[in-house]
Design a protein around this ligand. Structure first.
Ligand code: ATP
Ligand SMILES: O=C(O)[C@@H](O)C(=O)CO
Length: 427
């Protein structure tokens, strides 16, 4: 008798690395056993899990490339038996009028011969709510939340029907809170009405987890769901899966502890300040010094070596917006970003080579660079530290193939004491 290859029920495509762990975290909390792959795997899935999240870096690349990578991921997920596909984007709907949410959604709909899907970035646990089609971040509209100044994807309109309509030829409509509050049957009736009006993609209102749990059953037969990570909490039940503590079990943690931070988001700035104020060892990298040459990576590793046995150390380039702007003005936005990412990735690798086995990385781009430098191909998802951020476990080439615990924190996620409390959560 030949052993049956593992088969998944839910196949997910995420447009960045930290967003992928955010989605995986919500699926695990709802009971699914999940792995996250870095890019599209070359080989069939070996792990016996319910869902796979394929992490791409497709949020801000040209639309045609984002479409090609997403279709590649779709083909691999289908080959692993996925019965439903989930396209995950940012809870602040990060995109430009050219894409990539619209073009990727259209391409996936075409490939799946799917004539209707939903789109909602709602993630109430992290204060992203959608009401009458408008996205709120905390108490303010998206375009007043700071996202209007984002360097790559400035979000200047909080009306998601308008935002998505600018990115797609398909007609966009709204399933408003009146329908969602009444439950799956009312959502189904609203979908039927929208379909009869020629709508193919519906933004969905959701202001609480109860809304998302009510929405879940209405999505059971949809071949494609597109959303932030919030919608994930209502999907596992459609496959008969209930929350269970075993889904998030990871191997026991050991080894030295460190944090590497390249995020300059407001939350990360507060987290760095909190770690420093607590008197913990922290080293700031100066991008202008990096640009001037010299061995800043070697110096940072030499600084960390004697401190690591005492507890977690932090190495960061995190800075206030004015300092970042000034560096970008001197070095160029792309060049500054790439140079800092390279340095932090080399530092992360050096730390792991020196015995760090519990590592927190802050920032989406920074996480991408670090995960690649660490030679990580796949992450097993464990317990949540804060909404959207789980501990993960992965084999790393930098650790000689051994496993390490790693947490990839989105810039704006996590409480102020995140860098200290994360390690407590592993014990
Ligand atoms: N002091 C600095 N000056 C200029 N650029 C910096 C500085 N520190 C970090 N950077 C760059 O800023 C970018 C930060 O992006 P990253 O995605 O890592 O964080 P984020 O935007 O806060 O996170 P997320 O994408 O999860 O919201 C990276 O390219 C990083 O290299
Ligand atoms: O949805 C979010 O806000 C995050 O998972 C993310 O994608 C940050 O880049």
């Amino acid at each position: 008798m030949t052993a049956q290859a593992p088969s998944i029920v839910l196949g997910c495509i995420a447009d960045d690395f930290t967003g992928a762990t955010d989605l995986a975290n919500n699926l695990v909390r709802a009971g699914m056993r999940v792995v996250q792959t870095i890019g599209v795997p070359q080989a069939p899935l070996a792990a016996d899990v319910d869902a796979v999240v394929v992490a791409l870096k497709s949020r801000t690349i040209p639309p045609a490339e984002a479409v090609a990578q997403s279709l590649d991921a779709l083909r691999w997920l289908q080959a692993q038996g996925a019965r439903q596909i989930y396209f995950k984007y940012c809870s602040t709907f990060d995109s430009t009028p050219a894409g990539n949410i619209g073009p990727v959604t259209e391409a996936l709909m075409d490939a799946l011969q799917c004539d209707f899907t939903i789109a909602t970035p709602a993630f109430p646990d992290n204060k992203r709510t959608v009401f009458k089609g408008y996205l709120f971040v905390g108490d303010v509209l998206l375009d007043e939340s700071g996202m209007q100044n984002h360097p790559l994807t400035p979000m200047t309109d909080a009306n998601l029907v308008r935002v998505l309509q600018a990115q797609t030829r398909r007609k966009v409509g709204l399933i408003d809170h009146v329908a969602v509050a009444q439950g799956a049957e009312a959502v189904g009736a609203r979908i039927a009405q929208l379909r009869s009006e020629g709508v193919a993609i519906a933004i969905v209102d959701a202001v609480s987890n109860d809304d998302l749990l009510r929405l879940g059953p209405a999505l059971a037969a949809m071949p494609l769901v597109t959303a932030g990570s919030g919608v994930a909490i209502g999907l596992p039940a459609n496959f008969g899966i209930a929350p269970s503590s075993t889904a998030s079990a990871l191997p026991a943690a050991g080894g030295l502890r460190a944090v590497v931070s390249g995020s300059c988001s407001l939350a990360t700035n507060r987290q760095v300040a909190d770690f420093v104020a607590a008197g913990r060892p922290a080293l700031a990298l100066d991008p202008l010094q990096l640009a001037a040459g010299g061995d800043a990576v070697g110096q940072a590793l030499a600084w960390a070596a004697p401190l690591l046995p005492e507890g977690p150390v932090l190495i960061y380039s995190t800075a206030e917006p004015s300092a970042v702007k000034s560096v970008q003005g001197r070095l160029g936005v792309e060049e500054a970003g790439a140079m800092v990412e390279r340095a932090l990735a080399a530092i992360a690798r050096g730390l792991v080579e020196r015995g760090v086995r519990q590592l927190v990385v802050a920032g989406g781009e920074t996480s991408g660079a670090c995960v690649q430098a660490l030679g990580i191909a796949q992450l097993q998802i464990g317990g949540q530290i804060d909404p959207g951020v789980p501990w993960c476990h992965a084999a790393s080439a930098a650790a000689g193939g051994a496993g390490l615990h790693i947490a990839l924190k989105s810039g704006n996620f996590g409480s102020d004491d995140f860098f200290s409390k994360a390690f407590g959560a592993l014990r």
